[in-house]
Structure formats: structure tokens, C-alpha cells
Design a protein around this ligand. Structure first.
Ligand SMILES: C[S@@+](CC[C@H](N)C(=O)[O-])C[C@H]1O[C@@H](n2cnc3c(N)ncnc32)[C@H](O)[C@@H]1O
Length: 269
């Protein structure tokens, strides 16, 4: 909030019984330390939707409920369910941490002058307790899966770049003899996103293109053994023919647990 606005807000409450309960913090909400709060009601600048949402969700102790107005498309991504067109990494990451529900639509004509976009009010209630999962690991898996969300997981995990990344993590963690990453200490990674303001449905490449680079048959040795290990995990959970766009939270948690059990990790720290 700017200096002038903070003065105006203080004036609105001056001389009322509520004035001593009002504390106005002037500053950039993304940079300042937030005090304890249990309810958040906000009409925010839409360009900070994602970092603000994850800043609030990282705040401890967790708040009870937030009611926030977002740009319509962002709101629909937050609440999207498996199979919905807008289901994406933002939906999965937010819903890992919170129950999210759409409360009401606010059309652009409710404002003067009308902005270019419609809005929606959303309720966010943090899950308590949070699922016991390493958020770095979770986000590493979810990023890979939603990069090509309409491809089968078999096709995503056959890509040479994906196999090399996972093999590198595997070897790093084996050499450190550190099979698993921490839990709940790295929640900030979930909000590190650039795709959610974009109005592209997929936020990534066109799923119909044919640019996946797979290992060739002649690629013998460690790499193809490792690829078999990865595909074996997918087959074990019956995931090879499934697509991220249809996977639930429980599916992702199960898939991550199968990979981690096999020593396969999505982050090397
Ligand atoms: C959509 S307006 C809402 C104004 C007012 N709260 C209302 O409901 O009428 C968003 C406000 O957030 C302020 N703002 C923009 N970026 C901000 C930031 N990073 N931290 C705090 N306030 C910010 C803008 O100056 C603007 O006044």
C-alpha cells in the first residue's frame, strides 16, 4: 500500500471505536514481513497473484481463510480439476496446500472504467496438516508432467532430457547417500511460476508437436538401464498410458512415492 493510501485508510477510521484496532502497514506486500493473521480479504493487483498466493500459503502459523479477487482466468486455474482445460501446475500446487473454491464472478462492467478482464472471488483455506511431501520433489515431478500435459507419462519419461536429468539426480543423491529430500522446508518453490498469468491454456509447448527426443535403440549401457528403471516405475503404478491432465493429487502423490522408493528423485538437494 502506498503512503497516501495508508493515510487515507487511517483517516477513514479516525474517531471511531475501531481506530485502535487498525494497523496499516505501508509497503510492498511481497517484500514485507506479514504479521499473524487468521483472515485475509484482498482486492489485489493481478500481476502479483501467484507470488502473493504462495507467500500467504507459506506464512506461519497458517491462516484460517483468505477471500481474494483474482483475474477470472487465474481463478479458474486455481480451482481447476483433473480433466478441466485449465488444469495445470498452478492448480495442482495450490490444491496440494489448500482447499480452493470459486465464490463469485465479478464482471468487468462492475468497474468504471471497465478493465480489460473479468474477475472472480476465490476462497482459500490452507490444509492442516499439509501432506508430508518434499515440495521440491513434488514440484519437480509436476513441472515435468505439465510441461506436456496431454502427452502420456510414458512419452514424457522417455525423453532423453528427462532421463538424463533423473539419472544425474540419482547419481548425485547416491554419491551423497541421501535418498530423500526434506519435507515442508521448501514450500516457496511452488509459487515460482511464470505460466499462470499467461492465457495460453497449456502454458507450454503444443502437445501435438513431435519434438520428443527419445533414446535410440543403439544407446546401450547405463542410460538405457536407467530408462528401463524409470519406465518400470510407471508400469508398476499403471501410469505409462496416463496423462497429467487427468491425474488427481492422490495420483501424483502415489507416483512420487513410487519414484522415490526406487531411488529416483526430482531434485538433487
Ligand atoms: C486492485 S487495487 C485495490 C485497491 C483497494 N484495496 C480497493 O479494494 O479498492 C490494488 C492495489 O494494490 C496496490 N499495490 C500494487 N502492488 C502492490 C504491492 N506489491 N504491495 C502492496 N500494494 C500493492 C496498488 O497500488 C492498488 O492500490
Amino acid at each position: 500500500m502506498s503512503f497516501l493510501k495508508s493515510v487515507r485508510e487511517r483517516r477513514r477510521f479516525q474517531g471511531t471505536p475501531l481506530s485502535n484496532k487498525l494497523k496499516v502497514i505501508q509497503g510492498d506486500v511481497l517484500k514485507c514481513d506479514l504479521p499473524y493473521f487468521d483472515i485475509c480479504v484482498a482486492n489485489i493487483p493481478y500481476q502479483i497473484s501467484s507470488p502473493l498466493t504462495f507467500k500467504l500459503l507459506s506464512h506461519r502459523p497458517a491462516f484460517r481463510c483468505a477471500v481474494i479477487m483474482f483475474q477470472r482466468e487465474f481463478a479458474m486455474r486455481l480451482v481447476a480439476q483433473p480433466g478441466d482445460t485449465l488444469y495445470c501446475r498452478l492448480s495442482v500446487n495450490t490444491q496440494l496446500l489448500a482447499r480452493v473454491s470459486h465464490l463469485l464472478k465479478v464482471g468487468r462492467n462492475n468497474f468504471r472504467p471497465p478493465p480489460k478482464v473479468d474477475s472472480s472471488v476465490v476462497r482459500i483455506e490452507p490444509r492442516k496438516p499439509l501432506p508430508p511431501v518434499s515440495f521440491k520433489e513434488w514440484d519437480g515431478l509436476v513441472r515435468l508432467c505439465f510441461n506436456r500435459k496431454n502427452k502420456t507419462l510414458g512419452s514424457i519419461f522417455r525423453q532423453k532430457s528427462v532421463i538424463s536429468l533423473l539419472e544425474k539426480n540419482y547419481k548425485t543423491l547416491q554419491s551423497l547417500q541421501n535418498g530423500s529430500s526434506g519435507v515442508e522446508d521448501d514450500l516457496g518453490v511452488l509459487g515460482d511460476t511464470t505460466e499462470d498469468i499467461s492465457m495460453e491454456v497449456d502454458g507450454g509447448r503444443d502437445d501435438n508437436d513431435e519434438m520428443d527426443v527419445e533414446d535410440g535403440d543403439g544407446n546401450a549401457g547405463d542410460e538405457s538401464d536407467f530408462k528401463e528403471k524409470v519406465l518400470g516405475v510407471l508400469r508398476q503404478g499403471d501410469f505409462e498410458e496416463k496423462r497429467s491432465s487427468k491425474l488427481t493429487q492422490v495420483d501424483f502423490l502415489y507416483l512420487l512415492s513410487l519414484f522415490n522408493k526406487a531411488g529416483i528423485h526430482f531434485s538433487s538437494s
